[in-house]
Write a protein that binds this ligand. Structure first.
Ligand SMILES: NC(=O)c1ccc[n+]([C@@H]2O[C@H](COP(=O)([O-])OP(=O)(O)OC[C@H]3O[C@@H](n4cnc5c(N)ncnc54)[C@H](O)[C@@H]3O)[C@@H](O)[C@H]2O)c1
Length: 238
């Protein structure tokens, strides 16, 4: 899909980190971007800076996601690109100090990361499927979700997070097959570690431990308060 000012995109988790960097890059190509996030302050600031729209959306709520998609369409026309970045990463062991893993935490992580990703995908794809194709081969839209290296190589304390990201990885192929007849491409990225507010929210011990899992160089070198990681490839297609 050509990235230009005739294309509208929604980026969930767009107030921070990978989502914010993605929104910046899309906006730099003229794409009309709507940020979905629960962090209003950061979302509004970024939206103002890059000429995007911010809508407070909680990806765990049907009503909130529907209202967000309505607002995106009202401001920018039909959404052709959905980038799922919203996520949380609390750390807890399966059992610790004689106590089991907090089950409410496990369920919340699954609800935000996995169910939230699928909700946004399903709701957005339902609208995309009714749009006119953009190309002769029938392309209508694209959905990009964010799993993690933890989907395949989860570390101590990441049972909930790894389960949620493994779920995103696993649903990618069936969703891509479901949506192929509608001309909607579906893909998932599985990043290694990036120094974003999510990572900085973990204890130093956990940060150091995760950094040491990287084979070479075994420190984390990418700083996400810039969008340097996206500058490398500078895609004009999505
Ligand atoms: N940082 C890393 O090293 C890393 C590695 C692999 C995968 N990821 C994944 O990349 C994505 C982005 O992570 P990040 O590092 O940029 O984190 P981040 O904390 O900087 O950004 C995540 C954003 O999601 C938002 N969010 C959380 N719950 C939400 C909800 N219910 N509804 C809407 N928005 C919500 C947060 O407010 C935040 O702005 C996540 O899915 C994360 O799991 C990150």
């Amino acid at each position: 899909m050509q990235l230009n000012n005739e294309i509208a995109a929604v980026v969930t988790g767009g107030s921070s980190g990978l989502g914010a960097a993605t929104a910046r890059k899309l906006a730099s190509h003229g794409v009309k971007v709507t940020l979905f996030d629960v962090n209003e302050e950061a979302g509004n600031a970024l939206a103002q800076e890059i000429g995007a729209q911010f809508v407070k959306v909680d990806v765990t709520s049907d009503d909130s996601v529907k209202a967000g998609l309505d607002a995106a369409e009202a401001a920018h026309g039909p959404t052709r690109i959905l980038v799922n970045c919203a996520g949380i990463a609390p750390v807890a062991k399966t059992t610790s100090r004689g106590e089991p893993h907090p089950m409410d935490m496990f369920q919340t992580v699954i609800n935000v990361n996995l169910v939230g990703t699928f909700r946004c995908t399903s709701f957005a794809a339902t609208r995309m499927a009714n749009l006119d194709p953009l190309t002769e081969d029938g392309e209508r839209g694209v959905v990009i979700s964010t799993a993690s290296v933890a989907a395949f190589d989860g570390q101590i304390g990441q049972a909930a997070y790894a389960a949620s990201k493994g779920g995103i990885a696993a649903l990618t192929l069936p969703v891509a097959r479901d949506l192929s007849k509608s001309g909607i491409r579906v893909m998932t990225i599985a990043p290694g570690i990036f120094e974003t507010p999510m990572l900085r929210g973990l204890s130093q011990e956990v940060q150091d431990s995760l950094g040491q899992q990287v084979p070479f160089p075994s420190v984390w070198v990418v700083v996400m308060n810039t969008h340097s990681w996206l500058k490398q490839s500078a895609p004009t297609q999505c």
